[in-house]
Ligand binder design. Structure first.
Ligand code: G1P
Length: 276
């Protein structure tokens, strides 16, 4: 069972300035729901009961979002607006939220290592809420948890990207497994390679399942590209032992860390509510 999901949400979201000057980027809404809540709902659907958030200064709004607010509750009591917070209140009632601060931004690997006290010695999920995923059937993390229950190793979600965009992502290579066309045993992974050096065009997106030995591996690795501690480099150590799978997920992914992807997601969800 994967019980905990880690959310590395310490970053400043400078691409969205000035909107992100006083507001955490994860609190920017797609329609009326902040990005972080989409990620939390995906983790709950996958069976996670604890949301472990690695935050930083100026991220208090995330903590407040997942807490009760008696002034608002009293003012909308008995009105149709109660419906608007029904899903959120159900989350608050049933899910534990834990928080720890990352003291300096030293990369995704370092952010994940910072979350170790919130996770302990068990396999866990990671969601990067900037990557907003949607599927008509099971969500992406639920698809991955099912694979974890069968293969019991680290898993990354992947998708094909245009070759000229490999320098934005972790890129993997490997061999297709068990006669499937959506599951790869990873043999190589490189963080943000230039197109001419990329081993493929299969990019990692912000969904991971990690086995807890990853923490010791991260502690030992040296800073990689950009001088940051990269989760991709740590996963490569597991991949050398045949312990990383890459999964071509079913569904859509919007890169809400970029204005274009954010607008695309907004339009998609707006069309969806008009249809439903
Ligand atoms: C991180 C990872 C990268 C991955 C990406 C997915 O990069 O380091 O391997 O492809 O998330 O969104 P970042 O976007 O934090 O630079």
């Amino acid at each position: 069972m994967i019980k905990r999901c880690l959310f590395p949400v310490a970053g400043y979201g400078t691409r969205f300035l000035p909107a992100t000057k006083a507001v955490a980027k994860e609190m920017l809404p797609i329609l009326t729901k902040p990005l972080i809540q989409y990620g939390v709902e995906e983790a709950i659907e996958a069976g996670c009961k604890t949301m472990a958030m690695v935050t930083s200064k100026h991220k208090k709004a995330i903590e407040d979002h997942f807490d009760t607010h008696s002034d608002i509750e009293n003012s909308i009591k008995g009105t149709s607006k109660e419906e608007l917070v029904k899903d959120l209140n159900r989350i608050i009632d049933n899910i534990d939220f834990t928080f720890i601060r990352q003291k300096s931004m030293r990369g995704l690997g370092d952010a994940i290592l910072t979350g170790k006290p919130l996770i302990g010695d068990e396999p866990f999920a990671v969601i990067l809420p900037d990557d907003l995923c949607f599927n008509d059937g099971d969500g992406v993390l639920k698809q991955m948890v099912e694979l974890y229950n069968r293969y019991r190793c680290s898993i990354v979600a992947i998708m094909e990207v245009p070759k000229e965009m490999t320098n934005r992502y972790g890129i993997i290579d490997g061999k297709y497994l068990d006669n499937r066309d959506d599951l790869i045993k990873v043999t190589n992974m490189v963080e943000k390679p230039d197109p001419q050096d990329a081993p493929s065009n299969l990019s990692i997106i912000g969904r991971y399942i990690l086995t807890p030995d990853i923490f010791d591996i991260i502690s030992d690795i040296k800073p990689g590209i950009g001088g940051e501690i990269q989760i991709t480099d740590a996963l490569m150590q597991q991949a050398k032992e045949g312990k990383v799978l890459a999964y071509k997920f079913k569904g859509k992914r919007f890169d809400c860390g970029q204005v274009d992807g954010f607008v695309e997601a907004t339009n998609f969800f707006y069309e969806k509510i008009r249809r439903d």
